[in-house]
Write a protein that binds this ligand. Structure first.
Ligand SMILES: *[C@@H]1O[C@H](CO)[C@@H](O)[C@H](O)[C@H]1NC(C)=O
Ligand SMILES: *[C@@H]1O[C@H](CO)[C@@H](O)[C@H](O)[C@H]1NC(C)=O
Ligand SMILES: *[C@@H]1O[C@H](CO)[C@@H](O)[C@H](O)[C@H]1NC(C)=O
Ligand SMILES: *[C@@H]1O[C@H](CO)[C@@H](O)[C@H](O)[C@H]1NC(C)=O
Length: 253
């Protein structure tokens, strides 16, 4: 793993939030139920708040710069790794992810002193549709092509470790996500890449069959790319919302 970089380019709509906080029309309590730092069961409170937010998360809330999560559209996702024999490069455009809205929160643990939030979730089914361009090797098999692809996952468990910090802007304190570390696992995964090897039907079918037969190994080899990409994505998505409310308003004493 000599060289790794990845890039997520969010749509212009998404990027426009970076110009500074725009005040929402309503106080935080109009959008979500507020938890208090002094609540001995703050983890339970945050869990309930997130569960109550599900319909809002699914649809999005433009005035909070919260984009719809189900389906979630990611204009461009680049996954790159390595050099030499281990080179792998995949550019996905117009990625649509269905199924995130059905998440089940298994466990939430918030630590308001250390500003950490750990969440354990299960998502029963996720479907990725995208246009791909890919070059490199997966396991021992060379892969090259461009076209449409579908990747289905069943029973995806995710553990997210979120580290927050307080930042000061215009004399007020705001919560800011420093990083989200994901650990992603799945019970099953099924790929279909159309038009591999410039449309060579037999080779394409064999390669898809090989990938599906060996999905576990392929998934374990490359999941860290997805974990890092989604870590950045969810950090940025969360911070866009946090910018709208001060720390005191979001998480009062
Ligand atoms: C904390 O809140 C959660 C969610 O409401 C609840 O399930 C749990 O029983 C609560 N725990 C305690 C110790 O009160
Ligand atoms: C993006 O994908 C969706 C469905 O997956 C499709 O309806 C839409 O036409 C695509 N957009 C572009 C620009 O390719
Ligand atoms: C939280 O921070 C305190 C000191 O500020 C440290 O002693 C403790 O181990 C930390 N807890 C976790 C779970 O990291
Ligand atoms: C993915 O799941 C959808 C919906 O269940 C199904 O129509 C499609 O054939 C599946 N595709 C793959 C590649 O598993």
């Amino acid at each position: 793993m000599e060289l790794l970089f990845y890039m997520i380019l969010l749509s212009p709509v998404l990027a426009s939030g970076a110009q500074g906080p725009k005040r929402p029309q309503k106080p935080a309590s109009a959008y979500f139920s507020i938890c208090h730092r002094s609540d001995p069961n703050i983890s339970g409170c945050i869990k309930n708040t997130i569960e109550d937010l599900r319909p809002t998360l699914i649809k999005g809330t433009p005035e909070l710069d919260l984009i719809p999560l189900d389906p979630l559209n990611i204009p461009r996702l680049e996954l790159r790794e390595g050099g030499g024999n281990f080179r792998f490069e995949q550019v996905l455009t117009n990625v649509t992810i269905h199924g995130l809205g059905a998440f089940k929160l298994l466990n939430v643990k918030a630590d308001t002193d250390n500003l950490t939030l750990d969440m354990h979730m299960l998502t029963p089914f996720m479907r990725f549709d995208a246009y791909y361009e890919m070059e490199g090797k997966v396991l021992v098999v060379p892969l090259s092509g461009k076209g449409d692809c579908v990747v289905n996952f069943t029973d995806v468990t995710t553990i997210a470790h979120t580290q927050l910090e307080l930042v000061t802007r215009d004399g007020d304190q705001y919560l800011n996500v420093q990083k989200v570390e994901w650990n992603i696992d799945a019970e099953n995964c099924h790929f279909h890449f159309n038009n591999l090897f410039g449309g060579d039907k037999a080779l394409g079918a064999n390669t898809n069959a090989f990938l599906n037969k060996n999905w576990r190994e392929a998934f374990d080899t490359f999941k860290y790319l997805a974990e890092e990409a989604f870590g950045i994505l969810f950090r940025d998505l969360t911070n866009r919302v946090y910018r709208h409310f001060t720390y005191k308003e979001l998480l009062p004493e």
